[in-house]
Design a protein around this ligand. Structure first.
Ligand SMILES: [Zn+2]
Length: 137
């Protein structure tokens, strides 16, 4: 389980919080769960979308970095661009320039993020595959 260092809201002790990421009903979600060994206070929270950098880095350290590769260069850059923009908040020019550059690897991040994007791309009839990144985190 990936962990980040937090301080307890109640007593200020340093606590290791467990972090994870999942997909529920098509939404990418991340969550943090901590129980303070000092005062027993427990906190859980979660949110939708890409997690904060600290959590993402911890997930990547724990489970490795993963890439999403397009199976072949698509004719339909517009629909891929639309997915990247709505899923990741990329700008139109960012997503189009990445596709125009002929890059097969369109995303790099956690495995859950890559699997989530793969499904979103499949929804617009674009096939892709999730592979372990050759680039170490
Ligand atoms: Zn505490």
């Amino acid at each position: 389980m990936a962990q980040i260092v937090q301080s307890c809201d109640s007593c200020d002790a340093t606590v290791l919080a467990e972090v994870d990421q999942t997909v529920i009903d098509g939404d990418l979600r991340w969550y943090v769960s901590l129980r303070c060994p000092n005062c027993g206070s427990a906190v859980e929270f979660d949110d939708i979308g890409l997690p904060p950098d600290e959590i993402r880095e911890s997930l990547i350290q724990c489970d490795g970095r993963w890439d999403l590769h397009l199976e072949r260069m698509p004719g339909d850059a517009a629909s891929i661009s639309q997915v990247l923009r709505s899923a990741l908040g990329w700008s139109l020019s960012d997503s189009l320039s990445r596709l125009k550059a002929g890059t097969v690897r369109i995303y790099s991040g956690t495995r859950v993020e890559c699997e989530w994007l793969k499904v979103r791309l499949r929804d617009v009839a674009v096939s892709s595959k999730v592979v372990r990144s050759a680039v170490h985190a």
